[in-house]
Write a protein that binds this ligand. Structure first.
Ligand code: AMP
Length: 284
């Protein structure tokens, strides 16, 4: 695996590969890698000739500097995992490579309501930072495919919107959520949970699955949402939202039967750790 810390080094290598007609798959990450990330690497390996992964803890998508400072940085373990999973290129830039002084990377984009609900409502400015960094990284890597996880459902919608707006030709591939054996979606944040909280956090996927299994039983969507909020309110757990939404617009649906593509998304505090998850209820 080749490791590049500079845009110039990475681009020189990618240009050579492209001249040999190699298809490039790209997986952007914040590091602290786990098997969920590796599923995206394996997907890129399956779809493309060359897999590029980046590790960049993007300051512009963190609302609080304390959260940014606390973000785990585990470069050695990450690069071992990437090598084991046959990643070809690791891009590991510092902030000056991504945001060089004098280069305006901000993008003032109207997300048409995608950014005001769910995560957007609780983390103001977060998606502006996500769209900004993904745009900049795509401008640098110019991959044929961008592989992202369904785990961050709203992030995928934001990135899709940004790519459409800028007419970016890269194909966006959404890869399914990888879970621990008891159902908890894998996340670098899971490491911060005590053993007990980690076990109890299985309630999150159980609740989403309960909604999926019972979606026909209740006339009103809000009834399902309220019941789910109650199910998630076990000791030391505090749900922020359970939202049954249209999978494209991310706005609430009133009647699941009438909608084509429906998902349910949630954010839950488990002690001091904020976890998100979702499942598709219908369509796609
Ligand atoms: P992050 O480093 O948390 O920004 O994640 C990088 C990419 O990995 C994003 O596209 C995430 O959606 C994806 N990802 C994170 N956790 C999982 C998981 N459990 N299963 C599948 N993809 C995931």
């Amino acid at each position: 695996m080749k490791v590049y810390k500079t845009v110039r080094g990475l681009q020189a290598h990618i240009t050579k590969l492209k001249s040999k007609k190699k298809r490039i798959g790209y997986v952007p990450t914040l590091g602290a890698l786990h098997n969920g990330h590796m599923s995206l690497i394996r997907q890129a390996n399956a779809n493309c000739d060359i897999t590029v992964c980046s590790i960049f803890v993007n300051p512009t998508q963190f609302n609080e500097t304390s959260d940014l400072d606390k973000y785990p940085r585990t470069f050695e373990a990450d690069s071992t995992l990437l090598k084991e999973n046959e990643c070809d290129i690791l891009f590991f830039p510092g902030p000056k490579q991504i945001y060089p002084p004098g280069l305006d990377t901000t993008i003032a984009l109207d997300f048409e309501g995608l950014d005001t609900v769910m995560e957007g409502a609780f983390r103001p400015g977060h998606f502006d930072g996500v769209a900004q960094v993904v745009k900049r990284l795509l401008d640098i890597v110019k991959p044929h495919e961008l592989i992202m996880g369904q785990k961050d459902f709203q992030q995928v919608a934001i990135v899709r919107h940004m790519m459409t707006h800028f007419k970016i030709k890269t194909k966006l591939v959404v890869s399914p959520t990888i879970r621990e054996s008891h159902g908890l979606a894998m996340s670098s944040r899971n490491e911060r949970l005590s053993k007990k909280l980690r076990q109890d956090a299985a309630i999150i996927h159980e609740t989403l699955q309960w909604i999926k299994d019972n979606q026909q039983k209740y006339k009103k969507v809000v009834t399902l949402e309220k019941k789910a909020l109650a199910m998630l309110s076990i000791p030391r757990f505090k749900p922020e939202y359970v939202s049954i939404i249209d999978g494209i617009t991310l706005q609430s649906v009133n009647d699941i039967k009438k909608a084509k593509y429906v998902a349910v998304c949630t954010a839950v505090w488990a002690g001091k750790v904020r976890l998100i998850d979702n499942i598709i209820l219908k369509g796609d």
